[in-house]
Design a protein around this ligand. Structure first.
Ligand SMILES: Cc1ncc(COP(=O)(O)O)c(C=O)c1O
Ligand SMILES: [Zn+2]
Length: 430
């Protein structure tokens, strides 16, 4: 079989097909899906092959993305692959998580353990590798912070020029620091993420930059490996539910696609149900799902402390809806109070995350309370980013300095005079 028969890009709106060359969206403006030829994939991959690769010393196969390369990009050229390597992220359990959610089985899969501190590396490694294969020179993205940090790192490693569009003054400092430090051209757009997204799409078309937001199908293909690796870690025994924070909806889209493919290939028997969790101040996907509306109405002024998911007009909503429908999933919303309290629980277990990540656990708890998730069902919550991305939100929570939030689990520092008795008193205080 010719390499080009292994994958084709197909528009989810008009059905037009493209060969995987310099194209990431359809002429009609629709999103493209990478259709992997599953007959071919099924003839080359197996559980035994993936197990064997787990012990490999080869850089590419050590990556939790490229270990599954036939299911990510069958056209990828090993010589063009830019990898750190990524993935191999931890799966954590803790008694406090059980008490907090009321579940008998809940695990956190920590995507903040990726090289630049978020799940974005899962999509960026295949995205930048494809840019290298296509001999692109300039790559671009709009970002609430983590995408820009990841793209800047991978593009700089590959010798490409990264150009990032960020909403001015609205991204967490840890992420801005990374984008600057990794040498990208940082363009601060006066406006919110949705304005930056619109501008980068237009600029990329006009100025010949290769767009690496999740409209690019290779980003979604890479992010599928969060699910593939998770199932592999669980010896291909699927949990009942996977909860995921939802902003631009790339992960929700990728998870459903991965699960459908794994099921078609016979790796899993049943698909877990996806619960996609939004912040209630940035909830267009929740509203669409709740109202069973035919199309998404953008939220004009999205607002949440979880800046990574402060998005009012998510580009991947059609693909995400397909994932929810395919897995009999649900969409839920949680308040900033619930997000920050769930984060304090995760942090207090020593696992730690940035605010948006905690939406998954907050959502799981809410869905258990409302009876949608049964207490005896098994749940995996995906944690999307590292705690050090946004230390300000963490410190302000514990100092009770976050407007509108009453921290249930505050752990403020104790100030003392420099005397032994005071140390004793401080240590013995509740
Ligand atoms: C930490 C974190 N969590 C969640 C999200 C939202 O992910 P998605 O756009 O795939 O819904 C983002 C996106 O920037 C993020 O950085
Ligand atoms: Zn089209």
């Amino acid at each position: 079989m010719d390499a080009s028969d292994r994958v084709v890009l197909k528009c989810i709106d008009c059905g037009r097909e493209y060969q995987p060359i310099d194209v990431y969206e359809c002429e009609c403006g629709g999103l493209l899906d990478a259709h992997i030829n599953l007959d071919w994939a099924g003839s080359v991959v197996s559980k035994a092959l993936f197990d064997k690769r787990l012990g490999s010393r080869e850089k590419i196969l050590r990556s939790g993305i490229w270990r599954y390369k036939e299911l990510v990009n069958p056209m990828a050229d090993d010589l063009c692959i830019i990898t750190r390597p990524e993935g191999n992220t931890g799966l954590y359990e803790n008694k406090r998580l059980l008490a907090y959610t009321g579940l008998s089985s809940v695990m956190l899969k920590h995507e903040g353990e990726n090289p630049t501190g978020s799940f974005k590396d899962r999509g960026m490694s295949p995205g930048v590798s494809e840019a290298v294969r296509l001999r692109m020179k300039v790559v671009a993205c709009a970002s609430t912070g983590n995408t820009s940090a990841s793209m800047a790192a991978y593009a700089s490693m590959a010798g490409l020029k990264p150009v990032v569009f960020i909403p001015e003054g609205k991204i967490a400092y840890g992420k801005l620091a990374q984008a600057l430090a990794y040498g990208s051209k940082v363009i601060q757009v006066r406006g919110n993420f949705d304005d930056a997204m619109k501008l980068v799409r237009e600029s990329s078309r006009k100025l010949g930059m290769y767009l690496l937001n999740s409209v690019n199908p290779w980003r979604i293909e890479g992010q599928k490996t969060i699910m593939i690796e998770l199932m592999h870690q669980l010896s291909w025994n699927q949990p009942d539910w996977v909860c995921v924070p939802a902003g631009n909806l790339g992960n929700t889209s990728a998870f459903g696609k991965a699960l459908e493919e794994l099921k078609a290939l016979g790796f899993i028997e049943k698909m877990p149900r996806i619960a996609s969790i939004q912040a209630d101040g940035a909830n267009p996907f929740y509203l669409l799902w709740k109202k069973k509306a035919g199309s998404l109405t953008a939220v004009e002024h999205p607002d949440t402390i979880a800046t990574a998911i402060k998005i009012g007009n998510p580009v991947s909503w059609k693909k995400a809806l397909r994932s929810i429908n395919a897995t009999n999933g649900v969409v839920e919303q949680v308040s900033d109070q619930e997000i920050m309290d769930a984060k304090a629980i995760i942090d207090g277990c020593g696992i730690c995350c940035e605010p948006a990540s905690a939406a998954s656990l907050a959502g799981a708890r809410k869905l258990v309370k409302s009876g949608v998730i049964k207490r005896d069902e098994s749940v995996v919550c995906v944690i999307t980013g590292n705690i050090l991305k946004d230390p300000e939100a963490t410190v302000k929570y514990h100092l009770s300095e976050l407007e509108g939030i009453t921290p249930k689990y505050a752990n403020a520092p104790t100030v003392i005079d420099s005397r032994l008795e005071e140390v004793e008193r401080a240590i013995n205080a509740p």
